[in-house]
Design a protein around this ligand. Structure first.
Ligand code: SF4
Length: 221
């Protein structure tokens, strides 16, 4: 009976020690990730990108906590994560033919009086000229892109399942793009993110040249 209790106590001590080691390890790793990220942001370069990307994914909560503790802007960390993700995906994305790529635009880019109807394949632009979406969809579709105006992530998952693009450009606000890139990673699709210039739910704006710059990426071959 006594030996049962001591085995149980030893087990609890081992679990406690392992938990402390994991928490301290995560904290140290997060600290390192934040330090490298901010050093990279400061110098406009990516240091140790292959370590940083999984590091940022693994320690996201801790890393944001450290940023807040030191009064640093954790949104800068998310922006950095998106830039890093794009940088690492630039070459594989460039190799994908235009007709195997998809673009998902957020519905908030539309004019408030937009006459587009919601269909099972998202909002279908009627080229009314009230916003810039119509003209740019034509330009991108002429290149070979599949373009959707997405009311939410459910449509994205459905279109990906149906049309199987190999590369995706997601346009949206900071958190939408970050979550979209994590989703593309999970689906083993090469994802690129483009941020809107303003946040909000209605009549947001974006720099279309940012999107075209990514969309026109192509292999020198
Ligand atoms: S151009 Fe298209 S998306 Fe923009 S407001 Fe008109 S119908 Fe809506």
């Amino acid at each position: 009976m006594l030996s049962d209790i001591s085995i149980w106590q030893n087990l609890m001590i081992m679990i406690g020690e392992a938990t402390i080691i994991i928490i301290v390890g995560m904290f140290l790793l997060s600290f390192l990730v934040v330090a490298i990220s901010f050093y990279s942001i400061k110098n406009g370069q990516f240091y140790f990108p292959t370590i940083l990307k999984p590091g940022l994914v693994m320690t996201e909560g801790f890393a944001k906590g450290i940023c807040r503790f030191f009064g640093l802007d954790d949104q800068e960390l998310v922006t950095f994560f998106i830039r890093l993700h794009n940088k690492m995906n630039t070459v594989p994305f460039s190799k994908i033919p235009y007709n195997k790529r998809a673009i998902f635009l957020p519905q908030c880019l539309r004019n408030a009086q937009c006459p587009a109807h919601l269909t099972p394949e998202g909002l279908v632009c009627r080229r009314c000229g009230r916003c810039e979406i119509g003209a740019h969809i034509d330009e991108l579709e002429n290149l070979g892109y599949m373009v959707w105006i997405a009311p939410g992530s459910t449509l994205i998952k459905r279109m990906v399942k149906k049309y199987r693009p190999e590369g995706i450009i997601g346009v949206g606000c900071l958190m939408e793009v970050k979550e979209g890139l994590e989703l593309t990673d999970k689906m083993s699709i090469v994802g690129m993110g483009v941020l809107t210039a303003t946040d909000g739910c209605v009549e947001t704006t974006m720099n279309w040249n940012d999107l075209l710059e990514v969309a026109l990426l192509s292999s020198p071959e």
